[in-house]
Design a protein. Structure first.
Length: 261
């Protein structure tokens, strides 16, 4: 399991009956375990070893009042607009803890992985897709889309808007954690320089030299940095009585191409 560091503050909610897991495939966990029973009828591909079910099993958000029930609605392929239109309407004022993984698909992470790692060049050339992703990452549109999504989620969770800061702050104690995107590869070793991860039979997909692994890790790190910036901007405009609704949960990931893996 990815080990996330969830910042905890004294004014966090002390009692809540449920928490909700939002986002994309990094939250849904396709390939991470056994598909959940109802997933055969969907394209969200949620699994029992995604980080949300594992956090629930570990009792990560357990309080003195017991373990809150998990509502797992993350969906593979989701972008910020999908969270706004399809996922945020399912958030209620009872959901005082929310986790979110979003942003990667806005940048085209799926196409990048398929092209750069699996060799599916029909989706576009690896370096072109990476360049396009970076252009999107630093665009005003991506910033706007992310801010609008945060507003939709926190408003449905009843986080008190800035114009109502006379309300009881206890009612404003909704916490939304944006989880970090992992760095998948050890980019110091030469172990993977001549290795292909192609999933198609004997197809010789592209190798993963250090320079490419470093570039892919760097793109994920840039996304995490900008998400942090976006969150700070949102909290600066919407904090109530010193309470920030949105936090960034960094993590320690297991990396491929490591000598011990």
């Amino acid at each position: 399991m990815e080990r996330y560091n969830f910042p905890i503050y004294p004014n966090d909610p002390e009692e809540f009956s449920s928490w909700i897991a939002l986002g994309d495939s990094y939250a849904a966990g396709p390939g991470a375990g056994t598909p959940l029973p109802h997933e055969v009828y969907t394209t969200c591909y949620r699994t029992d070893q995604a980080y949300a079910p594992q956090l629930e099993s570990a009792g990560t958000f357990r309080t003195g009042y017991g373990a809150p029930h998990l509502y797992f609605i993350a969906c593979t392929g989701a972008i910020t607009s999908d969270v706004m239109s399809q996922q945020s309407p399912k958030v209620t004022s009872n959901d005082k803890i929310l986790t979110l993984s979003i942003g990667g698909n806005n940048l085209g992470f799926s196409s990048i992985l398929k092209s750069c790692i699996y060799g599916a060049f029909i989706l576009g050339r690896c370096q072109t897709l990476i360049a396009n992703a970076r252009n999107t990452l630093y665009s005003a549109q991506f910033y706007h889309d992310y801010q609008s999504m945060l507003s939709a989620v926190t408003n449905n969770a009843n986080f008190c808007p800035e114009k109502e800061d006379t309300q009881d702050p206890n009612n404003c104690r909704t916490v939304l954690y944006q989880t970090a995107y992992p760095s998948f590869f050890d980019d110091f070793t030469v172990l993977c320089n001549s290795i292909s991860f192609s999933p198609v039979g004997n197809f010789a997909g592209p190798n993963l030299p250090q320079a490419l692994r470093s570039q892919l890790n760097g793109l994920g790190q840039e996304l995490n940095t900008m998400l942090n910036v976006f969150i700070d901007s949102y909290n600066g405009a919407h904090a109530v009585n010193g309470i920030d609704a949105v936090r960034f949960a960094d993590q320690v990931s297991t990396q491929l191409c490591h000598e011990k893996l």
